[in-house]
Design a protein around this ligand. Sequence first.
Ligand SMILES: [Zn+2]
Length: 294
Amino acid sequence: MTLCLGVDIGGSTARVAVVERETGRIVDSAKQSWTDRGLDAVVRGAASLIDGLVKVHPQVSGTVGVGFAAMLRGPVVVNAPNLGWRELDFGTPLSAAIGRPVRLVNDLSAAAWGEYAAGAAKGATDSLTVFVGTGVGSAIISNRALVAGASQVAGEFGHVKVSLEGGRRCGCGQHGCLEAYMGGAKLAEWMQEEGLAGGAVDLEPLVTSGDATAKRLYDFAVGHLALAIANQVTVLNPGVLVLGGGVLRRCPGMVERIRATVAQRATVASGAAVRVVLATLGDDSGLVGAALLS
Ligand SMILES: [Zn+2]
């Protein structure tokens, strides 16, 4: 049995896990929240969690995989909206603090890899993973490898456009992105502007109760999400489509809409080949994936 270390850095917490490489099983884990989002504080927090677990499991293998909700370039965090970081080298000081090599990976890539290695997409050679939580993200596994792209930012699915020009402003600075309508944070903002109470996961119950405004927002946001996914299925021809994230997990109607749209609007051959499933590792898919990618 080989043990490896994975880290998941969120907006306000770090989680660290010791994972069995052969099975993806979490053997031990630790978690810490912080209020200081500065580079030094986050490095110190993550390093102390890692050191604590290494003391208990000294046989854990060398490199540490770190999943980060960010655009990355090697050890550098190019843009992490959750933490308000731009162009900060996180990997080098963390590696120095723990005395081990560190590999940063995008959180969605880590989640997709976790589901591929030990979850809902196990056994597949080609998968598309789409998560809707605070934002909208995806990752592509093609022929058993993560697709990185020419500048390592392939799969930024939240920023495909759903309007020909203009549209709502997205956190990335552009307008009309899918995430500006369907990401949990932006959808809640939009609901508030339209006089609807609650957050993104409250929209579906409002539609069920017959609220016309809720239905208009839902049809636009979920309709475009589902159509964009169906188009991705047409282009990529995945064997498995893995759906997850806090919003999709709690809104079964959205999952059904995606399933129906993929069946109706993807090409017949790609639609017939794809199995649509929910992520099975829950909040742990990114943590497990980061460890297994180390
Ligand atoms: Zn955007």
